[in-house]
Design a binder for this molecule. Structure first.
Ligand code: 0A1
Ligand code: ZN
Length: 879
């Protein structure tokens, strides 16, 4: 760990590398304490570069040998400055041979080569490769790799790397070897190896072009009963990429490996995807519907990277959203297409909007706010963010909204045609979209360069005489760090008009009837007016349909208009949105009432709107569930002028219990109507029913009613979704059975790490759990701060998911946060930096609370031994 001042890296300083690497031969003699890494690089001078010297990056490495064209280099032949090695005066053609020694068992960062449960794994994105050997570890250096792995055969019977297995055999001393060759050029961040005792589910799969490929899902022995869904999702992904985009698997073999210690969700290493177990392992006994959906999405995401990320990669890390935004968009479309129905598609879209508002809008409004394509960073690992991923996906979606599905496909085809096996930029992607469609997308660039969530204000005017309806849209965007003033964005605003009966009115513009009842208005100026003619009655506008742009829509809807939209809008996203607006205005009023000691009341209009949607059998259960879900405490906080977490919690609890009380009979009826007897299936219809049923159970629990239903469900459940939902209701409903149920649950699933994560997470986010209880849980034998999933399940669930307790007025939550950030930072800076972000929004609280939060941040910042990761986060928070 370094104590010097961290350096900021700027996008504008990009220079092409002085040397290109043609081939890389790697040898790993694997041993937990002492692994020898030998590399042989053939390099040539890059004609496109003015730089002279060979530049290599290296982390904490013991360098044992360094030879250039066969000659051993001495310390006078090269300079090392921190993590950068410079070799001056090298010839145009170079063979560089390097030997290093590393200690994987000491690597608690899970970045580079590390040991998890006795097995070896690598994680090289973004800059982990340099923790194994000195290398031009930057994504625009793409090379062909051959890899030789050697290890003890007994302990590590399985030896995997990228590409194809070309040779394997025995070695003396009980060791064995495997040689792998990757036929495609790749950047070092896509390298991977696994040396482990694992077993696999495998299958031969026929591609559209008739080729047979081998698919494998590798797991620890006891988990072979949990690989079916990941395998099915992989096959679906391969098919979908062929059908929707004409993209085929380019390898003979594709492997997924599950590991219990992993910093993120999964990693798209070429041909050898390494996954957090959370996104591989599932069977009905241990996984919930949400887990199943997560597996489908992440398996798809990593597979889709094979084209968007691997075949066409990023020139530099500022372009991260080039692969991530695009691949998230692709996995979102995949999940939607897998459901297949319009209403199912709408629910997935609503889930995306919820994530964006819950996590990305706050990020965009906070101290870590950055454009989708950042201009600078201190630690790239801090930029694997909801902005780069989810807002990035919204930006890609907007191309499709502006160009149409066909036009977007043309752009994708041109992108691959132009850039296959290249490392490119977000501008290259935009150019492909523009050129394939003959469109000028110059202004669209601002979505990449400007941070902050734009606000689109709408004003409307109906002229009953001229039968015209005008929509005036004006846009603004709040200042963000380093960007005080913003230029107008190119914003697609999809709109429709509803008549009094709830029907979509036909749209006429300039005397021409628009072919559809939804029209995409293109807002490009600060203020623009759009006029519809032939509007025979005063309509209710449905604005920003399908959430056509990642903006805040400001329109003064009346309650009557919202109820009209909630009951009738043909656009399911806006139908849901109307309900959210109705709920939010009440939640804000209730919060204020709690803060000021007023009386709490909830109007019948709202309750009746909720009842109506609950009972509307024409709607899918999945839609009714999201329509009945209240905005989260985080969302209410974001909308509050000054955040009062306890008041927010009480207001929301009041509303939940009022719904439970007033709709009691209907909730019970829906619980009965939405049972899913028979064999468990994670499909959208069944999952929707369980979701609605379990939400009904939760509302009753919020009112402390009918807890016997939850008890019975807990005892009888045959799948984890129902079991865990029931347990949640018992705990949140403060049932006298809660403790017993928690104990039973623990005993039943003691051997299932992912289930025990749920057990910790539920307790950490329970309303009664204060910091003392969390400390007690940390003493539990199953708690292990070194395992990221476990740390997230307890520490993150408390700090991010239990605001009323975390933000306790005595500051005990912040003291705890300080301790845990510092403790984690010594082990795993990436995970520590994520926890550090829990105080991002400190400036929005009451002054005394702000003081306590600031002093916690200062305490972390004052620690001399911080990683760059945490240093960047707390420095920006305090700036
Ligand atoms: N590229 C992966 C995400 C990922 C990023 C960094 C990691 O380690 C620091 C691991 C995974 C994805 O988008 O799935
Ligand atoms: Zn990704």
């Amino acid at each position: 760990m370094r104590t010097d001042i961290p350096q900021t890296i700027y996008r504008k300083d990009y220079l092409p590398p002085a040397y290109l690497v043609e081939t890389v031969e790697l040898g790993f003699d694997l041993d937990p304490a002492r692994t020898i890494v030998a590399s042989r690089l053939t390099m040539t001078r890059n004609p496109a570069s003015k730089q002279k010297h060979i530049e290599l990056y290296g982390g904490e490495l013991e360098l044992v040998a360094l030879r250039l064209n066969g000659r051993a280099l001495t310390r006078r032949d090269y300079e090392i400055n921190g993590h950068l090695m410079r070799i001056p005066n090298a010839p145009d053609e170079v063979v560089l041979e390097i030997e290093t020694i590393i200690s994987p068992e000491k690597n608690t960062t899970l970045n580079g080569l590390y040991v998890s449960n006795g097995n070896f794994f690598t994680q090289c994105e973004a800059e982990g490769f340099r923790n194994m050997t000195w290398f031009p570890d930057r994504p625009d250096v793409m090379a062909r790799y051959t890899v030789m792995l050697r290890a003890d055969k007994q302990k590590y019977p399985v030896l995997l790397s990228n590409g194809n297995l070309v040779e394997e055999g025995e070695l003396p001393d009980g060791r064995h070897y495997a040689k792998w060759e990757d036929p495609f050029k790749k950047p070092s961040y896509l390298f991977a190896l696994v040396a482990a005792r694992l077993v696999c589910q495998e299958e031969t799969f026929r591609l559209a072009d008739g080729r047979d490929v081998l698919l494998q899902v590798w797991v620890e022995e006891g988990n072979l009963d949990k690989t079916d869904y990941a395998m099915q999702s992989l096959k679906n992904s391969i098919r979908w990429d062929e059908e929707r985009w004409g993209l085929e698997l380019d390898l003979d073999r594709f492997m997924i490996v599950a590991v219990g210690d992993f910093n993120m969700g999964a990693m798209e290493n070429k041909g050898l995807n390494i996954f957090n177990t959370k996104f591989v392992l599932a069977n009905p006994r241990v996984a919930t519907d949400i887990d199943y959906a997560g597996i489908e999405a992440v398996v798809g995401h990593e597979y889709f990277h094979n084209w968007t990320g691997n075949r066409v990669t990023c020139r530099d890390w500022f372009q991260l959203s080039l692969k991530e935004g695009l691949t998230v968009f692709r996995d979102q479309e995949f999940s939607a297409d897998m459901i297949g129905t319009d209403s199912g598609r709408a629910v997935t879209r609503i889930d995306q909007v919820r994530t964006l508002r819950q996590a990305q809008f706050p990020e965009d409004a906070g101290p870590m706010s950055h454009p989708v394509r950042p201009d600078s960073f201190v630690e790239i690992n801090n930029f694997y963010t909801v902005t780069v991923y989810e807002k990035g996906a919204e930006v890609v979606r907007m191309y499709q909204t502006l160009l149409g599905r066909e036009g977007f496909r043309k752009g994708m085809d041109l992108y691959f045609q132009r850039h296959d096996e290249q490392a490119v930029t977000c501008d290259d992607f935009r150019a492909a979209m523009a050129d394939a469609n003959g469109r000028d997308l110059a202004q669209f660039e601002r979505w990449y360069s400007q941070a902050g969530t734009p606000v689109v204000k709408a004003e409307t005017r109906y002229d009953p005489v001229k039968k015209s309806f005008e929509i005036t849209l004006s846009q603004s965007c709040p200042a963000t760090p380093g960007q005080p003033k913003k230029q107008p964005f190119h914003i697609p605003v999809a709109v429709g008009l509803l008549g009094a009966k709830g029907n979509d009115l036909p749209l006429t513009v300039n005397g021409k009837t628009v072919g559809s009842t939804t029209m995409v208005l293109e807002l490009t100026k600060a203020r623009q007016t759009f006029k519809f003619d032939g509007v025979l009655e005063e309509p209710v506008p449905s604005l920003l349909r399908d959430f056509s742009a990642p903006v805040v829509l400001d329109y003064a809807y009346t309650d009557d208009q919202l109820i009209h939209l909630f009951n009738h809008d043909s656009d399911a996203v806006n139908r849901w949105e109307a309900g959210q607006r109705l709920a939010m205005s009440r939640l804000l009023r209730l919060t204020k009432a709690v803060s000021e000691g007023g009386t709490l009341v909830l109007d019948e209009t709202f309750i009746e709107a909720m009842r109506k949607v609950l009972l509307d059998e024409s709607l899918d259960a999945a839609f009714r569930e999201v329509a009945l879900l209240l905005p989260s405490e985080t969302l209410i906080a974001e909308q509050s002028e000054v955040v009062d977490p306890q008041a927010i919690h009480m207001a929301r609890q009041f509303m939940r219990s009022a719904i439970g009380r007033k709709l009691q009979k209907d909730l019970i009826a829906q619980i009965n109507a939405n049972q899913t007897p028979g064999e468990y299936s994670p499909d959208a219809i069944a999952a929707g029913k369980r979701g609605l049923k379990n939400l009904c159970l939760a509302y009753l629990a919020a009112a402390f009613l009918n807890l016997d239903l939850a008890e019975r469900q807990f005892d009888k459940a045959t799948n984890m979704t129902d079991r865990f939902s029931a347990l949640t209701s018992l705990v949140h409903g403060e049932s006298s059975e809660a403790e017993r149920a928690l104990d039973t649950f623990y005993k039943d699933f003691e051997g299932e790490a992912l289930v025990i994560d749920k057990w910790f997470a539920l307790q950490a986010s329970a309303p009664r759990t204060d910091v003392h209880k969390v400390r007690e849980l940390m003493q539990h034998k199953a708690f292990n701060i070194r395992n990221p999933n476990r740390a997230r399940s307890l520490l993150f669930s408390f700090c991010n998911g239990n605001p009323a307790q975390f933000d306790a007025p005595d500051g005990s939550g912040y003291a705890f946060w300080t301790e845990q950030v510092l403790a984690l930072d010594k082990l795993n800076p990436q995970v520590a930096a994520r926890l550090a972000r829990a105080l991002d929004r400190w400036r929005r609280y009451m002054p005394e609370q702000q003081d306590r939060m600031r002093s916690a941040l200062e305490q972390v910042s004052a620690s001399g031994k911080l990683s760059n990761d945490v240093r960047e986060v707390v420095t920006k928070a305090l700036a």
